[in-house]
Ligand binder design. Structure first.
Ligand SMILES: [Zn+2]
Length: 361
């Protein structure tokens, strides 16, 4: 084979090798590297040109033309390759930025009421419909309203049982007694009766007082902060029968079924007589189950006739007026109604629990 033919073969194989490499290049940077490799100053084509010098002078223009043609073919291929890559890159970008306007929109997450707040609202609403006025009182109380006025004198053992949080270095306005976090909503009884009497002189009055209370206690069934609803009514001739009627109406309305109630004699310092109130088990229709411990009854609250000493503490004549009062644990009733097994679920605020309990406003 003549030298000129050998060069032609070399150029042809170089050209097909280069074209294959250009076609396989996946991005502009790779293509740029190939351009340098084949067409650069120290590239493969330049190497071939070096061989031209060894050719006889008359053969040089022929092979020179051949080299130029190869160069033109490769340059053209590179240009097309670059254009193609640019088109492909644009298509990829457009695909990535594509917005599917047929997709349904995302729902805005709506907040919901905490199950305890739902319970408080429901309970308050039932009493409100029965004509009870809603009252609130301070969570930081003095000993007088939390204990003394409720017939719990300083030496009374009930004080110790309340596991009270006292507030360090904080005294009442007179500077005579320490302040505390109220251990029950009963002090609102005292405050509401005093306020009511100063406004309208004398009973009747019927009040529902929902709110937070605090006790230094924590386990499966106790939380240091929980909620109570205090309900009381004072008028002439108020009796246990009224108490029982209001309880039965309330509990049946709250549990949305006709629940039986049972009053068991008990002792509370601020009521006389006092009774603990059981409802017929809402889980087993009183047949006996794990939750009612086989008895068919579940204890739900404490109640009684307001102790004459409590009426006296706010200046109501206990020989003329009488009243009933009861306080119920909000968490306990919500747990019974919703079948919630553990009190702590209310305070851990696991979003899955809260979502399950629903209650969007
Ligand atoms: Zn039961």
């Amino acid at each position: 084979m003549s030298e000129i033919d050998a060069l032609k073969v070399q150029l042809e194989s170089l050209q097909s090798e280069a074209l294959a490499a250009f076609a396989a290049a996946e991005n502009p940077a790779a293509l740029q590297q190939l351009r340098v490799h084949y067409l650069g100053k120290k590239g493969a084509l330049t190497e071939v040109l070096k061989g031209v010098g060894r050719l006889p002078p008359e053969a040089r223009p022929v092979i020179g033309q051949y080299v130029n043609d190869t160069k033109a073919v490769l340059a053209g291929a590179l240009e097309r390759g670059e254009a193609e890559l640019a088109v492909r890159a644009k298509a990829i970008r457009i695909q990535a930025e594509r917005i599917d306007i047929t997709l349904p929109g995302r729902k805005a997450a709506a907040g919901g009421l905490h199950p305890v707040q739902q319970g408080l609202d429901e309970m308050t609403e039932i009493f409100s419909q029965m004509g009870f006025a809603i009252a609130e009182g301070p969570e930081i109380e003095d000993e007088f309203h939390n204990f003394d006025a409720l017939n719990i004198p300083p030496e009374h053992p009930a004080r110790a049982m309340h596991d009270t949080f006292f507030i360090k270095d904080m005294l009442n306005e007179a500077g005579t007694e320490p302040m505390l976090l109220r251990t029950h909503t009963s002090p609102v009884q005292i405050r509401a009766m005093k306020r009511f009497l100063s406004e309208s002189g004398e009973p009747p009055l019927a009040v529902v007082a929902p709110g937070r209370v605090y006790r230094c206690d924590y386990d499966v069934t106790h939380s240091p902060m929980f909620h109570q609803v205090e309900v009381f009514k004072v008028d002439r001739n108020v009796s246990m029968a009224h108490l029982k009627g209001v309880l039965r109406h309330f509990l049946s309305a709250y549990f949305e079924k006709d629940v039986g109630i049972r009053l068991r004699p008990h002792y509370f310092p601020f009521t006389e007589p006092s009774a603990e109130v059981d409802i017929s088990c809402v889980f087993c229709a009183s047949k006996g189950c794990r939750i009612c411990k086989g008895s068919g009854w579940i204890e739900v609250l404490g109640s009684g006739m307001i102790h004459p000493n409590v009426l006296r503490a706010v200046g109501i004549d206990s020989s003329e007026f009488s009243g009933f009062a009861f306080g119920l644990g909000v968490e306990r009733l919500v747990m019974l109604k919703q079948g919630i097994p553990d009190l702590r679920l209310f305070f851990e605020n696991d979003v899955r629990f809260l979502r399950k309990m629903g209650g969007t406003r």
